[in-house]
Design a protein around this ligand. Structure first.
Ligand SMILES: [Zn+2]
Length: 153
């Protein structure tokens, strides 16, 4: 077997669990018509979605669409790209060490919004999101905690 092909195969298997989930998500997004555009860049598949922002191994889903819980914007693509370095580094530990705490933060953000009526602004300030920002080169404008949001849609 050619060395390059072998190296790619090892990479695909190393990130196996997230690649499996990513490919299933891509099939689902295609089936429901939420894929806007797919680009091959930096050895990853960037899927611009109407609804999803998640990085699963080879499959980098990102969205510009603002939602009730998260201010998704141009930074989202680079943020999700940042997670791909975590995936390469951690391999099969990516889902337990990044996916689980990240999902916990999402759940907290949803609960916070529903209970307070405001968005939780701390989502990107802690592990593993701040690390993904750093790896993806995202510099966010931080709102000081002394600023109180009175109204938000
Ligand atoms: Zn993230």
């Amino acid at each position: 077997m050619h060395a390059v092909v072998l190296a790619k195969l090892i990479g695909v298997l190393w990130e196996g669990p997230q690649n499996l989930l990513g490919s299933m998500l891509l099939l689902t997004e295609r089936a429901i018509g939420s894929v806007v555009r797919i680009e091959n860049e930096d050895g990853r598949l960037f899927v611009q979605s109407r609804m999803t922002a998640v990085s699963l191994g080879h499959f980098v889903f990102w969205s510009r669409r603002e939602n009730r819980y998260f201010p998704l914007d141009e930074n989202t693509r680079q943020h999700e790209f940042g997670h791909t370095f975590q995936s390469r580094l951690l391999g099969p530990l990516y889902l337990p060490l990044v996916g689980v705490p990240s999902s916990a933060r999402v759940l907290y953000a949803v609960a916070y919004r529903e209970m307070t009526g405001r968005r939780w602004r701390g989502y990107f300030d802690g592990y593993p999101e701040n690390w993904a920002d750093t790896l993806g080169g995202v510099a966010r404008k931080r709102i000081p905690t002394s600023v109180r949001v009175i109204e938000e849609t």
